[in-house]
Design a protein around this ligand. Structure first.
Ligand SMILES: CC(=O)SCCNC(=O)CCNC(=O)[C@H](O)C(C)(C)COP(=O)(O)OP(=O)(O)OC[C@H]1O[C@@H](n2cnc3c(N)ncnc32)[C@H](O)[C@@H]1OP(=O)(O)O
Ligand SMILES: O=C([O-])CC(=O)C(=O)O
Length: 371
């Protein structure tokens, strides 16, 4: 038995949800470029869960179901309020609150297909409320209830800020949600599938996935990108800081990818949105710095930006706290995790690979007093 480090190029499952072939990303066969320009996030949720685009009435029904399920139990709000909110990362809070949601869902351990779908709707709707409630509570503000006539993207911004977002902000948020929704067998999705393949419940699968997304080599990279941009501070400093990092063999966050060879097709949409929004805010330095970093890293290391790179300046321009960038990723990606969880249940087999043993050979046990 020989181990493949990081399971690189190992095909671990079949899936009909999304594909990355020759650097092209599709959701159920629809090119991500097409979906980003045209689809609402709610349509994407439907697409990922039903493997087809919704008809008008089906889309309205899903929107209604999401709106009807956005409120979270008072006990979960109380739990967030009881957290040491000033000292914890929001991803830890979201991971804990999502796990707690399962405690108040009477169907949490009901494994029937329809019950699992209902839980998917509830989780998708409530995670947006959890993130925004946490963000407000730590600022000493009360959570804002969702408005049932707003889109998912608009509601997220409304619940976060307590005021109606501008159209351009809703457009940016919707695009970001569409772009982050699913990505084949990335680390957090794989985590979710491994978890539920033991026939554990949906809440456990999503909680595990949130834990995997949190790390800086995966979803956590978007916050780190903003840290790099803030540290650099101006376009003039980009050259010296980035070259020094590269000389020191430091990773430049938001670059590189395990699967894409030529580049992540999602990055160009966020690059364009970053340009538009930073100019609108009179803060184009964040875009210009990002562009300069991209020039250097692609020419020096042949590493193109991934989805996390330009999402940082997009979210910053939306006035979002930097440590909420990864939770927003989770608000979108939960749609993909849930699609994969439902797919895993529909054709389940325990996921249990092997390890190539590299420890000592056979040893004889020595009683503790003789060691
Ligand atoms: C949504 C997402 O999860 S997208 C990914 C988000 N993560 C990041 O942006 C973090 C920065 N990027 C990385 O760490 C990596 O590119 C990953 C984790 C995304 C992919 O990693 P892997 O496929 O395992 O590649 P690995 O880390 O082994 O890197 C291969 C080589 O490229 C280099 N490299 C990879 N990414 C970077 C980077 N961002 N900056 C500098 N060098 C890099 C490595 O140092 C290594 O060089 P070496 O062979 O000389 O040692
Ligand atoms: O696929 C991956 O390894 C990481 C990624 O880009 C994502 O999850 O969106």
């Amino acid at each position: 038995m020989t181990a493949t480090r990081g399971l690189e190029n190992v095909v671990a499952t079949t899936s009909s949800i999304s594909s990355i072939i020759d650097d092209t990303l599709t959701y159920v066969g629809y090119n991500i470029d097409d979906l980003t320009e045209n689809a609402s996030f709610e349509e994407i949720i439907y697409l990922l869960w039903h493997l087809r685009l919704p008809k008008e009435n089906e889309l309205s029904e899903l929107k209604k179901q999401l709106a009807d399920n956005m409120a979270i139990p008072d006990e979960v709000i109380a739990q967030i309020k009881a957290m040491p909110v000033q000292n914890i990362h929001p991803m830890a809070a979201v991971r804990t609150a999502v796990s707690a949601l399962g405690l108040f869902d009477e169907e949490a351990d009901v494994m029937e297909e329809e019950a699992n779908y209902r839980k998917a709707v509830r989780l998708q709707a409530k995670i947006a409320t959890i993130v925004t409630a946490f963000a407000r509570i730590r600022k000493g503000q009360e959570p804002v209830a969702p408005k049932s006539d707003l889109s998912f993207a608009a509601n997220f911004l409304y619940m976060l800020n307590g005021e109606m977002p501008e159209d351009i902000e809703v457009e940016a948020m919707n695009k970001a949600l569409v772009l982050h929704a699913d990505h084949e067998l990335n680390a957090s999705t794989f985590t979710a599938r491994v978890c539920v393949a033991t026939l554990s419940d949906v809440y456990s699968g999503v909680t595990a996935a949130i834990g995997a997304l949190k790390g800086p080599l995966h979803g956590g990279a978007n916050e780190q990108v903003m840290k790099t941009l803030t540290e650099i501070g101006s376009v003039e400093n980009v050259e010296s800081v980035i070259r020094k990092k590269l000389e020191n063999k430091e990773k430049i966050m938001g670059f590189g990818h395990r699967v894409y060879q030529q580049g992540d097709p999602r990055a160009k949409h966020l690059r364009e949105m970053s340009k538009k929004l930073t100019e609108l805010r009179g803060e184009s330095k964040w875009y210009e710095m990002s562009l300069k970093i991209e020039e250097i890293v692609t020419s020096e290391k042949k590493l193109p930006p991934n989805v996390d790179f330009y999402s940082a300046s997009v979210y910053h321009s939306l006035g979002i706290d930097h440590d909420l960038f990864t939770p927003i990723f989770a608000v979108s990606r939960v749609s993909g995790w849930l699609a994969h969880i439902l797919e895993q249940y529909s054709n389940n087999r325990l996921i249990r690979p092997r390890a190539e043993y590299t420890g000592p050979g056979m040893q004889e046990y020595v009683p503790v007093e003789k060691r």
